[in-house]
Structures are given as structure tokens and as C-alpha cells.
Design a protein around this ligand. Structure first.
Ligand code: AMP
Length: 290
């Protein structure tokens, strides 16, 4: 049997990626783009499958973006495994993997950032100051380098998706932003590259996040309208699990991310919890009856 040759293209320089994107566009083909920080899992793969469905060419970027990590966060120990990622990307039908070096995206003297005035002042933006500035800056740069027609993001990072949608609209990027549902492990834990940090016992504790969201969803579907009651019960579920510390649990408007005083329409429940030293996030829409 003949061995399949690797057909995936790996590009490291921003200029090289721009040339490739230009060639694809000149051929009249569309580009679907999936930005990631690598250490790929089934959540990332679902975005690649959506990209494969949407575009003629699929570009995946793998870049652990220092600008979105705070000084005491896990930048230096963020999990990486490029060889494994390339094999998974190829299997998922990715055409081009863009893996820039840090110096290429942030050359000496870099001083230009993209900010937003309201959406980052909620949820993760409060506990991670500067995080969304880093995300918006790198996504803007990647958009200019990869020149996509479609860009695909996960709803697991709900606030990130909201911020990027708003930025794309506000700054007139000619790109369709696509949101994909959260992919979960068997017990409901949202897939994340950071799940690698969890011990077996912590993994069990981490299931409390999904249990709390599911329970909130059930309560609201049965008529509960008080956000504080729903938040209180979710807190109790998570606090009962070993080694957990709640960063935030919020019930908010999915458009503005502002807190709500009554659940009288579909709302977003979003939470961030430390399990041991690992910060996990998750969210779910809660829909009242009728
Ligand atoms: P990351 O590599 O963590 O920066 O994530 C890259 C992209 O994958 C982002 O758009 C995330 O929202 C998305 N993503 C991460 N985890 C999941 C998941 N469990 N399900 C769906 N999308 C995800």
C-alpha cells in the first residue's frame, strides 16, 4: 500500500501567509479560517470541520499569543505539541497551517493595540485585565495576514466571540464570523487545552461546572425567574466539589453581557472557576418556558 504523503502546507512567516492568501483569492477561492493556540482537541476539530464545509481552502493558525496573557498567567507552561496538532489538522482537512514566531507578530517596538469600550468590562474581562485587548489585537493581525472570508470561533469562549463580532462590525472587516457550539467530554466537561492540567480528582470536581449549568437551565425552564436564586444554587453545586474556587457566576444579557435582574427571556449564564490552579470557563443559554 502506498503511504499517504503529507499535503498540508506549513507557513511560518506572516509575509508568506499573505502571499498564499492572495494567491488563493486570485484563483477566486474562498478562505475559511480557524485561529487557535494549538494543543488541539475535538472542540477545535469541530471548528475545522465547519471551516471545511464553508470555504474552498481552510487555514488553521496555531499561535500562543503572549498579548492575551496576564503577568501571573500560564503563558510559559501553556501546553504545546505541534507534531500532534499537524497530524490532527491534516486529518480534519486543513490545507494550510500558519505557525508564526512571536517576533514576527510582535516585532521590537510594537505599540499598536485594538481595544473596545464596553464588552470587555464584564465577565472574564474583569478578572483578566488586558486579555481582550490582546485577543482583539492578535485576531486583527491574523485577519490581515490570512485574509479570510469566514472566521470560525467557539461559543465556549462566549465573550471572546461577542467581542470579535462587535470588532468585526465596528471596524468593517469584510469577514463572516461563525460561532460553533461547545464540544464536551462524556461527563459534560467543556473541552479545553487547559484540561490537561487537571488531576483525575480535579477532573471529577470540574464536572460540577456543567452540572451547575444544566441545573440552572432546568430551573429556568421550569419557571424560575430570579437570577440570584439560580446563581445561588449553581454556587452551592460548585462549592460542594473539592478544590474549587469560584471566580464569577453571572446571569446576563447575551448581547451586552450586562447583569439582569429578572430572567424574562433567553439569558446567558457564564462562569469561571478555579479547580486547583486551573481556571476553567463555561456557559449556557437559559431559556424560560414559552
Ligand atoms: P484556543 O486554542 O483555546 O484559543 O481556542 C481556539 C478556538 O477554539 C476558539 O474559538 C475557542 O472558542 C474554540 N474552542 C475551544 N474549546 C472549545 C470547545 N470545547 N468547543 C468548541 N470550541 C472550542
Amino acid at each position: 500500500m502506498r503511504r499517504r504523503t503529507i499535503e498540508i502546507e506549513i507557513i511560518q512567516s506572516a509575509a508568506g501567509m499573505q502571499r498564499m492568501a492572495e494567491q488563493i483569492r486570485l484563483r477566486g477561492e474562498t478562505i475559511a479560517f480557524v485561529p487557535t493556540m494549538g494543543y488541539l482537541h475535538d472542540g477545535h476539530l469541530s471548528l475545522m470541520h465547519e471551516a471545511r464545509r464553508l470555504g474552498d481552502r481552510v487555514v488553521l493558525s496555531i499561535f500562543v499569543n503572549p498579548a492575551q496573557f496576564g503577568p501571573n498567567e500560564d503563558l510559559s507552561k501553556y501546553p504545546r505539541d505541534l507534531e500532534r496538532d499537524l497530524a490532527l489538522a491534516e486529518k480534519a482537512g486543513v490545507d494550510v497551517v500558519f505557525t508564526p514566531a512571536e517576533k514576527d507578530l510582535y516585532p521590537d517596538g510594537f505599540e499598536t493595540f485594538v481595544t473596545q469600550t464596553r464588552l470587555p468590562d464584564h465577565l472574564c474581562g474583569l478578572s483578566r485585565p488586558g486579555h481582550f485587548r490582546g485577543v482583539m489585537t492578535v485576531v486583527t493581525k491574523l485577519f490581515h495576514i490570512v485574509k479570510p472570508h469566514y472566521a470560525i470561533f467557539g461559543q465556549k469562549d462566549f465573550q471572546q466571540l461577542a467581542v470579535i463580532r462587535r470588532m468585526t462590525r465596528d471596524l468593517n472587516f469584510d469577514i463572516d464570523i461563525i460561532g460553533c457550539p461547545t464540544v464536551r467530554e462524556a461527563g459534560g466537561l467543556a473541552m479545553s487545552s487547559r484540561n490537561k492540567y487537571l488531576s483525575e480528582i480535579q477532573r471529577q470536581s470540574a464536572l460540577s461546572l456543567y452540572r451547575a449549568l444544566e441545573d440552572a437551565s432546568r430551573r429556568v425552564s421550569e419557571g424560575e425567574t430570579d437570577p440570584q436564586a439560580v446563581i445561588g444554587s449553581a454556587s452551592a453545586t460548585i462549592e460542594a466539589a473539592a478544590d474549587t474556587a469560584i471566580d464569577y457566576i453571572r446571569v446576563c444579557d447575551p448581547g451586552t453581557l450586562e447583569d439582569l435582574s429578572a430572567i424574562d427571556r433567553p439569558v446567558l449564564m457564564a462562569l469561571a472557576v478555579r479547580v486547583g490552579a486551573t481556571r476553567l470557563i463555561d456557559n449556557m443559554m437559559l431559556t424560560p418556558p414559552d
